[in-house]
Write a protein that binds this ligand. Structure first.
Ligand code: HEM
Length: 142
């Protein structure tokens, strides 16, 4: 099970995240896209998403900062995963969430979201999904 990314993946993720991380437009567009793709997930979230918008950006920024410290990254993801277990998140939910994330990145970054950058984000998301599910009950694991 992998817990780290390559140096070039880390650079691509950091550079691209820098371009989208100012303000809350990214997370607003992300949730709008997520609930288009998977409307059934809307009920898991609070009616008012304003606090969530900031929390998502702060968490993404924290994870991106830890990319070159895999041990810290994994600890943060395990803690985040335990929270998500308690929200009732299931492994099947990671696919639509990933799709919404990648599509929002593509829309925000345009041509800067090139193949190498997309692959780097997919690698990071796979790592997040794996470590976040560590504390999920067995019947809820992928
Ligand atoms: C890389 C993957 C993910 C990241 C970085 C992430 C990030 C976060 C963060 C930072 C929070 C706020 C936690 C807090 O209040 O302290 C949160 C809450 C939440 N997330 Fe995620 N999440 C991810 C994946 C998912 C997935 C796959 C789902 C499935 C639908 C999901 C559903 C939720 C829900 C329902 C909440 C609780 C909202 C609330 O009641 O306030 N997340 N997430």
């Amino acid at each position: 099970m992998t817990d780290s990314l390559t140096t070039s993946e880390i650079v691509l993720i950091r550079d691209s995240f820098d371009r989208v991380s100012v303000g809350l437009r990214f997370s607003r567009n992300y949730y709008a896209r997520l609930f288009e793709i998977a409307p059934e997930l809307r009920a898991l979230f609070p009616a008012d998403l304003s606090v969530q918008l900031r929390k998502l950006m702060d968490m993404l920024a924290a994870l991106v900062q830890k990319l070159d410290r895999p041990h810290e990254l994994v600890l943060a993801l395990e803690a985040l995963g335990a929270q998500h277990r308690d929200y009732g998140v299931a492994p099947a939910h990671f696919a639509p969430v990933g799709q919404a994330l990648f599509e929002t990145l593509a829309a925000e970054l345009g041509p800067a979201f090139d193949d190498a950058t997309r692959r780097a984000w997919i690698a990071l998301y796979a790592l997040c999904a794996t470590w976040m599910q560590q504390s999920f009950p067995r019947e809820r694991r992928a």
